[in-house]
Design a protein around this ligand. Structure first.
Ligand code: HEM
Length: 426
């Protein structure tokens, strides 16, 4: 891909939702201009007048890899508890549902992360392992005889969603409800998910409350009938272990389905798109799948940058790379841009399955909020591409992808594909 620097520095407005509908080359070009000409640039916030909310004070856009890393590893200055997933401050009633640990600082963050880490130990992940493989086989079985399918819905989306539901012990009858509500929460800027003119905050709240209700029901059930699942582990204390309250459990679940679902799905879709665009990279990976899988998976996450940004707020005055930031200022860590920084990545706009080193910030920078699900995501991506490269080796994307209009999730909504039909395995 060749970045297109058609916008001058003054024409770049990251707060304009239309910026996020520009072709990828133009957006890449704009971020390259920011990195080169004004890597810590101040932007006005988007107007929220339509929602009856005051306009926020603006934010610093951190677009270089080194500055993103410094902010991530200095959480006592760049804090998360004023809101990490939204540039505007959310109305307090939304924090009820969206106030999981991603929006907390120590000591509360550390204590929640310790409890939740029980579900991500090598042993817990080992237990999910067999499920990841057999589910991936079944997903391909469902479409392999047809010779064509919709890549996102049929291939990329089901695996992460099913694994999270399996982890939490959610019955299969509820998977679709979970899927629809996460789409709404992450698609709040896209007219397909929130009809233009309707209130995205209300839509987000409604989706959040449906997920929270499901979790509260599950908690009540597991108290009466403890099972071998993660939900039970989070609400049942063994000895003097800490546990989550029902509200914390509901917020955590929303974080989990949102953080673990759409991210991995989009990594798989963007990875497929990149392999489709470059036969030599596809052939190279297919020539020795196991050997190249570790670097290829990291490169897919760098390339996709499924989470575009996280926000921090300054707890005190701080000088970052010569720019004076003030207490209370907002700083936005543009991971997509850090992942294309030529100071760190050779040929940053090339997709290279053998890229080493690859210190990308796709899972966040180094620090307390580094993605808790990174190893699970890596596993899911690897297993899915093993299926694709061995069972659908000539898969082709047959129309341009329909992209999500969002400044937060680098999403692909739909992408048709074709391949030579093959036999089911199951
Ligand atoms: C390719 C897939 C994924 C990407 C790109 C991704 C990206 C991220 C990023 C950038 C953060 C950092 C947040 C921050 O700095 O404030 C994060 C945090 C988190 N992720 Fe992921 N994620 C992925 C998959 C998953 C999966 C599969 C799960 C769980 C099943 C998960 C669970 C979490 C949780 C719980 C946090 C919050 C950690 C904390 O605040 O301490 N993620 N993720």
């Amino acid at each position: 891909m060749q970045p297109n620097k058609s916008l001058s520095l003054d024409e770049i407005d990251l707060s304009d939702i239309d910026f996020w509908s520009l072709p990828p080359e133009e957006r890449e070009g704009a971020f390259q201009t920011l990195r080169e000409e004004d890597p810590i640039r101040f932007f006005q916030e988007m107007s929220l007048a339509e929602l009856g909310l005051p306009q926020g004070p603006g934010y610093w856009a951190l677009t270089r890899h080194a500055d993103i890393q410094e902010a991530s590893r200095t959480p006592e200055v760049f804090c998360s508890s004023k809101g990490a997933t939204s540039i505007p401050d959310l109305p307090p009633q939304m924090n009820e549902f969206f106030g999981g640990m991603i929006n907390l600082d120590d000591p509360r963050h550390g204590s929640q992360r310790r409890i939740i880490s029980r579900g991500f130990t090598p042993r817990a992940l080992g237990n999910l392992e067999a499920g990841v493989k057999s589910r991936a086989v079944a997903i391909i079985d469902k479409v392999i005889e047809r010779g064509e399918c919709e890549f996102v819905k049929d291939i990329a989306a089901p695996l992460p969603l099913e694994i999270i539901c399996e982890m939490m012990g959610i019955p299969e009858s509820q998977t679709e409800m979970v899927f629809n509500n996460t789409n709404t929460i992450l698609g709040l800027g896209d007219p397909e998910f929130v009809v233009e003119g309707s209130n995205p905050i209300m839509a987000g709240m409604q989706a959040g409350s449906e997920l929270a209700a499901l979790m509260k029901e599950m908690a009540a059930d597991r108290r009466a009938n403890p099972k071998e699942d993660f939900t039970t582990a989070l609400i049942h204390a063994v000895g003097d272990e800490e546990i989550l309250t029902d509200e914390e459990l509901a917020s955590f679940f929303i974080l989990l389905v949102v953080a673990g679902n759409e991210t991995t799905r989009n990594a798989i879709s963007h990875g497929m798109l990149a392999l489709d665009a470059d036969d030599s990279q596809r052939a190279l990976w297919a020539s020795d799948f196991e050997k190249h899988a570790p670097t290829a998976v990291e490169e897919i996450v760098r390339w996709a940058s499924p989470v575009i940004f996280m926000r921090r707020t300054l707890t005190r005055d701080y000088e970052l790379s010569g720019v004076q930031l003030r207490e209370g200022d907002k700083a936005v860590l543009w991971y997509n841009s850090g992942n294309r920084d030529a100071a760190v990545f050779e040929n940053p706009h090339e997709f290279e399955v053998t890229r080493t080193p690859n210190e990308h910030v796709g899972f966040g920078g180094p620090g307390p909020h580094f993605c808790l699900g990174a190893n699970l995501a890596r596993r899911e991506i690897k297993v899915m591409f093993e299926q694709i490269l061995t069972r659908l080796p000539d898969l082709r994307i047959t129309a341009p992808p329909e992209r999500l209009r969002s400044n937060f999730i680098h999403g692909i909504k739909r992408m048709p594909c074709e391949y030579t039909p093959g036999p089911k395995l199951g």
